[in-house]
Design a protein around this ligand. Structure first.
Ligand code: PGA
Length: 253
């Protein structure tokens, strides 16, 4: 069974860019000649509405970097899926920086996915091992736990628009080790493992349809090799997405 999976190139801006920077970036990106790929920008919460207006009728999509696990209520500082639905197409869930700095658990990730889906948002579930876990040979175990616990209780119909992002923590700039991207072979193996697990947990058709994107030190110089590799359906780009030339270079790899 073979399905065409459109490449998705996503910009995870983390705690970067003011409203002015966001507008400036989007204006420049709109002016560029871009290949026909799914392009997604993940600015901070405060720029989402502005970014939505600025994107206008273009095909650029918008997402948030996190979402509350609660529907609403006395949770100061949190932003609910319902609040995001007007401006966002996607929401990133379980990024390693959330797991590390905010001690986010797989159970919370599971609740966040539930809230996202209920609000009609497409979740991007981030999974990946730390340097330590890789050294100990635990890569697949770690990924498996994140998938099984993160996706516990959902049907494949509910997860139809989900994207999985494989982000080895050691390869993320600002991560815990090399800040070198994973070798193409490592990425291919991890993506194959994830797709295999999706097949076991759901179905072959679901596994073949689901996009699995790679994140961790993706740059214009290495994008082609990674994105042409078997089972790599796109990129989640941090550092190299902050500059519009560099991000456009990755989109047009
Ligand atoms: P990086 O970040 O491209 O700067 O390594 C990727 C990510 O954390 O999503």
């Amino acid at each position: 069974m073979e399905f065409m999976r459109r490449k998705l190139i996503a910009a995870n801006w983390k705690e970067n860019k003011t409203n002015k920077d966001v507008l400036d970036f989007i204006e420049k990106l709109k002016a560029k000649e871009l290949k026909d790929r799914d392009v997604l920008i993940l600015p901070s919460f405060v720029s989402l509405v502005l970014a939505r207006n600025s994107i206008g009728g273009t095909s650029i999509m918008l997402g948030a970097q996190d979402v509350s696990e609660n529907e609403s209520g006395a949770f100061s500082g949190e932003v609910s899926a319902e609040m995001l639905r007007d401006s966002c197409d996607y929401v990133m869930i379980g990024h390693s920086e959330r797991r590390k700095y905010h001690k986010e658990t797989d159970a919370q990730v599971n609740k966040k996915i539930d809230k996202a889906i209920s609000a009609g948002l497409k979740p991007i579930l981030c999974v990946g091992e730390t340097h330590e876990q890789r050294k100990d040979g635990l890569t697949n175990d770690v990924i498996l736990k994140m998938l099984v616990e993160g996706l516990n209780g959902f049907t494949e119909d509910e997860l139809l628009d989900m994207v999985v992002a494989y982000e080895p923590v050691w390869a993320i700039s600002g991560g815990d080790a090399s800040h070198e991207r994973a070798s193409t072979e490592d990425a291919v193996l991890a993506h194959r493992f994830i797709r295999g697990q999706l097949k076991t947990m759901f179905s072959e058709e679901f596994a073949e349809k689901t996009r699995i994107i790679y994140g961790g030190s993706v740059k214009p110089t290495n994008a082609k090799e990674l994105l042409d590799a078997e089972g790599v359906d796109g990129a989640l780009v941090g550092g190299a997405s902050l500059d519009v030339e560099s991000f456009a270079g990755i989109i047009n790899y």
